[in-house]
Design a protein around this ligand. Sequence first.
Ligand code: FES
Ligand code: FES
Length: 210
Amino acid sequence: MDDINNKNDERGVSRRNFIKGVIGSGVAVSSANYLFRASTLFSQGAASPGERLITLDVNGQQRRVDVVKQETLAWTLRYKLGLTGKKLGCDRDECGACTVLVVDVPLYSCSVLTHTVRGKKILTIEGLASPDGKLHPVQQGVIDEQGFQCAFCMSGFIMSAVGFLKTNPNPTRAELAQGVSGNLCRCQDYDKILTAMMRGAENMRKVDHA
Ligand code: FES
Ligand code: FES
């Protein structure tokens, strides 16, 4: 019985710590699923607050943020820095909805620990357009071809395509399909998406040769 009470106490303390952590970091979490996961995440943070404060280079800005060592980049970007353009789909390295560029390489941010990318250039969909608001050529390709249905997968596809086009700016359709094959679309709109990405590649070449 004592054991049970002790366990309940431990759970109570963890929950109180979690609530304090959420309030302290200004995190707004609406999903019950993520609340559950967050309670686990925050309660496991053993380092002191000073040790957890790191600087990330996101979209050309230096952002100070308090992270725990098990925290993923997807979580930090979305719930700590308010960058909700990339999506959380599977949250386990399968769908690509959370793709961001880290030093120009597309990565699933749900599978990258935040502290491992401190000091590295992180680019999210929010940082893709020019400072004057002009869309990136790949974003413009989506507009030109009216790609995507619900668009939940869109930012992931765009970031993957942008990363791939840095290594192969003039791909065949098959090569580009291979390049973004780590991204899934639950609407199964692949043909139209690929057409939009090909238009984006064409737009990029025009900009590069202008
Ligand atoms: S949410 Fe990251 S791969 Fe699906
Ligand atoms: S357009 Fe709906 S998930 Fe891709």
